[in-house]
Write a protein that binds this ligand. Structure first.
Ligand SMILES: [Zn+2]
Length: 131
């Protein structure tokens, strides 16, 4: 059983919480200009990080507030809990230097399209990879 420290309520059983997916996935600045592929990548493509991963959680049976958590996906160690809107805490070795929400591509993961959440200069790699 995990104990999760809600920023509002303190330490609670993990059964009070719901997982909300990857954190810091920025809404596109100009969604009208996205191609279908770019829109699909925004909607469905997420990093599959081994190690420190920033994710959203909802304290559904407590304060019903969303917050962010930095959790190690291997050891389940919770490295940080922070409120929505706050930047991802630095200092985790896996995170590299990317604290920008749009950067996405943390490290050299095997997923070719995982970090492609940028808008303008979209690399051509996902295009060729899926054909
Ligand atoms: Zn709470």
């Amino acid at each position: 059983m995990l104990l999760i420290s809600c920023p509002n309520c303190g330490s609670r059983d993990e059964t009070e919480f719901q997982y909300g997916g990857q954190a810091h996935v920025a809404y596109p600045e100009a969604p009208d200009t996205l191609t279908d592929r770019e829109w699909a990548e925004y909607l469905f493509y997420r990093d599959n990080t081994k190690g420190a991963f920033a994710e959203r959680w909802l304290h559904s049976t407590g304060c019903r507030q969303w917050f962010n958590m930095l959790r190690d996906t291997v050891s389940y160690e919770i490295q940080a809990v922070y409120r929505m809107g706050e930047p991802r805490p630095a200092g985790s070795p896996e995170a590299g230097a990317t604290t920008s929400p749009a950067a996405g591509n943390a490290g050299s993961s095997a997923s070719p399209a995982a970090g492609n959440s940028g808008t303008s200069s979209s690399p051509a790699s996902p295009e060729g990879a899926l054909k």
